[in-house]
Design a protein around this ligand. Structure first.
Ligand SMILES: NC(=O)c1ccc[n+]([C@@H]2O[C@H](COP(=O)([O-])OP(=O)(O)OC[C@H]3O[C@@H](n4cnc5c(N)ncnc54)[C@H](O)[C@@H]3O)[C@@H](O)[C@H]2O)c1
Length: 153
């Protein structure tokens, strides 16, 4: 089934794990171009070689709005549109409540909350500008519903 025929997609956090699998599936299902945006340059490079020319890797730190805006700008320059965003860059660095540090808290929230929000916003702006009825899918976590001793933050 070619559910993504002719579509341009961005997958953040796609250098490995679920994002990598989703990027490969988008190509399999007919996407014309898939941008994988990830902070890990070496892993990103290796990952983008596998599915071939339909995939473009862009180094991007989702915690930085400048870096996100730059990634979206590069995507628009290359493809001229964005139809699909899988907003998936995230970290699971959890500590026990009594051991949590300000540095780790900031890193988790800058990536998982702020990062996801501004990636979505930057891509949605381009979709609205072009009148594209696209799809934005955010990866969440069961930790939204369940509290455990190691997911204090
Ligand atoms: N695997 C699980 O059991 C699980 C459970 C709950 C939530 N999640 C969430 O699902 C998403 C993907 O999970 P996964 O298991 O594939 O994770 P993973 O660690 O294998 O992959 C996450 C990817 O995000 C990238 N990344 C991290 N910080 C980034 C940043 N600031 N900017 C850009 N890229 C960044 C990493 O380099 C990596 O390639 C994450 O958001 C994770 O928090 C996963």
């Amino acid at each position: 089934m070619n559910r993504f025929e002719g579509k341009i997609a961005i997958v953040t956090g796609g250098a490995q794990g679920m994002g990598k699998a989703i990027a490969a599936r988008l190509v399999q299902e007919g996407a014309e171009g898939v941008v994988i945006a990830d902070i890990e340059e070496d892993t990103l490079k290796a990952t983008c070689e596998e599915p071939g020319e339909k995939v473009t890797g862009i180094v991007c730190d989702a915690r930085s709005k400048n870096s996100v805006d730059n990634m979206v700008r590069q995507t628009m320059q290359k493809y001229g549109r964005i139809d699909v965003l899988f907003s998936n860059a995230g970290v699971c660095n959890y500590n026990l409540f009594l051991d949590e540090t300000e540095e780790n808290w900031d890193s988790n929230f800058d990536t998982n909350i702020k990062g996801l929000f501004f990636v979505d916003q930057a891509v949605a702006r381009e979709m609205v500008k072009l009148g594209i009825k696209g799809a934005i899918v955010n990866t969440a976590s069961i930790a939204c519903d369940l509290v455990s001793p190691t997911t204090a933050s």
